[in-house]
Design a protein around this ligand. Structure first.
Ligand code: PEP
Ligand code: MG
Length: 577
């Protein structure tokens, strides 16, 4: 058998060896067939059978969800079960099959497009996002229809155990669900390495490749493949000796991670005695365990939007309060930086890029703080919940995507009002709760001195800062080659933010993926960064580099990098050998 190598972009290091499961998420491949009058009844039965199987599958999954899972995962499955009862998805396609004498897949696609159109016109942004649920349910039924008659037993909740999922794109929500179903690797045809799905795969430690075009055409169900996440390649058709070689590489990688554990209890002290703070980024409750496990000094970024996913309604104030309180308690007095809701852009697109009615430039649209200021019903309960939780540890409140000082002023005003409300309600909170802002937009970096005078800390979000500075969509693999943390413009903006924070006497952290990338640690140290926040999987390796670095020496190198028109040339001197 010939070896087949497909190249993509590795989003998380490590090797996955497993059997392929191809999934279809897009609707593009659905074709229309005209049926004879006699075939219509059979087609109706086929559609009804697929609905029954979809329901059975979901009930099966629901019954086997472990208790340890967040309640919203169960609620997500319940929502899909309810949708399977809805006449819009059950009766309407039947009617289309009858009247148009068309195949069930086509009828379902037409009905799906109509429902989605109605959702798109809704003003309520949260409701508008429910179209993703519709798509999840429709995709499930389509898969059953396309799989044919042999699709019988509902998949167990360990459906993807030892499997590598190949699909066009994955939503962050799907990624979470598949992790619970035991998936060992992902290959997607689209998506960039900084998409939130990729970030999630990295933080879950799942080897993944994105941007592997036509992967579903070249890879076959059930064949065993190897994902080499570091080199961004998937290999199929390997003979036993080569498979054995990759299993050995997999073990060596596990050993390397094991050896890094020696750094867990060591201080993050540079050779010249500078104390560096290494924080973790967390998204899901289990990230807390992972962060504690590597001895993170706290949380530099709690992406709260994951609390809002896979469910029908946003979590209420009390539910959010409990989640934030639990994180603060778990970190026992170490700082926990809770970022307010940052939905929008790829956190709601979920790979459905074909749909024309989405905003043309979602990354430039109503996301993060813009959306929150527009939707007080979403924002105020979250702020109240964070304030109430703040007494359980060292909480810090962080605002994403700041573009101007006016946004800070508005947030400060709302926080003041809410504090007053809480006082009136006799609910305790930390009156000194620090308020920080993310530097993710070039305008914010350029005006970081203004922001720094009004905030208690800054955090540089390089994922977005690079996206907006270099005008490259972080979710689009076709422009991924432009992602360059060493671009002189990016370095200048990072430097500006650091200088502004230091001049104002406030801490500055960096919490984009760059913080956990070993290529840039020494440069960032040289630029004066003393607080890094990253996914837990990188923390010990970064600590190893920190403890081998002399910041005095690196300052000189960083100065050269800032003056250079091609700082990439310095990379070999910046990267630890
Ligand atoms: C960033 O933009 O660097 C960041 C940390 O925020 P997110 O990746 O969640 O957009
Ligand atoms: Mg961001």
């Amino acid at each position: 058998m010939a070896v087949c190598a497909l190249h993509g972009i590795g989003v998380s290091r490590g090797y996955a060896i497993g059997q392929i499961v191809r999934l279809q998420r897009d609707q593009a491949e659905i074709a229309k067939y005209h049926l004879s009058a006699q075939q219509v009844d059979l087609e109706i039965q086929r559609f009804q059978r697929s609905l029954a199987i979809a329901k059975q599958e979901l009930q099966h999954t629901r019954a086997r969800l472990p208790d340890s899972l967040p309640a919203e995962i169960g609620a997500f499955v319940d929502t899909h079960l309810l949708m399977l009862e809805d006449s819009l998805l059950t009766d309407a396609p039947l009617e289309l099959i009858r009247t148009q004498q068309c195949n069930a897949e086509w009828a379902l696609k037409i009905q799906r497009d109509q429902i989605v159109q109605v959702f798109e016109t809704m003003d309520d942004i949260y409701l508008r996002d429910r179209r993703d649920d519709i798509d999840h349910v429709v995709t499930r039924i389509q898969r059953i229809l396309l799989d044919g008659a042999d699709h019988t037993a509902p998949p167990p909740s360990n459906r993807f155990s030892g499997r590598i999922v190949v699909t066009d794109d994955l939503s962050p929500a799907d990624t979470i669900l598949m992790q619970y179903q035991g998936v060992c690797g992902f290959i997607t045809e689209f998506g960039g390495p900084l998409s939130h799905t990729a970030i999630l795969a990295r933080s879950l430690g799942i080897p993944a490749l994105v941007g592997v075009h036509n992967a579903r055409r070249y890879l076959q169900d059930h064949e065993t493949v190897v994902i080499d996440g570091q080199h961004g390649v998937v290999l199929a058709g390997l003979e036993p000796p080569l498979l054995a070689y990759y299993r050995q590489r997999q073990r060596a990688e596990q050993q390397r991670l094991q050896q890094l554990r020696a750094f867990r209890n060591r201080p993050a002290l540079t050779l010249d005695g500078l104390n560096i703070t290494l924080h973790a980024n967390i998204e899901l409750p289990e990230d807390i365990t992972a962060a504690l496990d590597v001895g993170a000094a706290g949380v530099g970024l709690y992406r709260t939007e994951f609390l809002f996913m896979n469910r029908d309604h946003p979590p209420c104030e009390d539910e959010q309060f409990e989640a934030y309180r639990d994180a603060l308690i778990a970190f026992e007095g170490r700082p926990v930086t809770i970022r307010t809701l940052d939905i929008g852009a790829d956190k709601q697109i979920d790979g459905e890029r074909q749909n024309r009615s989405r905003p043309t430039n979602p990354a430039l649209g109503l996301r993060a703080i813009r959306l929150c200021l527009r939707e007080p019903a979403l924002f105020r309960p979250q702020l109240r919940a964070i304030l109430r939780a703040s007494i359980y540890g060292q909480a810090r409140l962080m605002i994403p995507m700041l573009a101007s000082i006016q946004e800070v002023i508005q947030v400060l005003q709302i926080v003041r009002e809410l504090k007053k409300q809480l006082q009136d309600d006799r609910l305790p909170f930390d009156p000194q709760l620090p308020l920080g802002g993310m530097i993710e937009i070039p305008a914010a970096a350029l005006c970081a001195d203004h922001l720094a005078r009004n905030l208690d800390f800054l955090s540089i979000g390089t994922n977005d800062l690079i996206q907006y500075t270099l005008a490259m969509d972080r979710t689009d693999d076709s422009v991924n080659y432009l992602y360059d943390p060493l671009h002189p413009a990016v370095l200048k903006l990072i430097h500006m933010a650091l200088t502004a924070g230091h001049a104002a006497g406030i801490p500055v952290s960096l919490c984009g993926e760059m913080a956990g990338d070993t290529h840039y640690t020494r440069l960032l140290l040289g630029l004066g960064l003393t607080q890094f926040s990253m996914h837990s999987g990188s923390l010990l390796e970064i600590k190893q580099i920190v403890t081998n670095s002399d910041v005095g020496e690196l300052r000189q190198l960083a100065r050269q990098a800032l003056l250079s028109d091609q700082p990439q040339d310095l990379l070999s001197r910046l990267t630890p050998q």
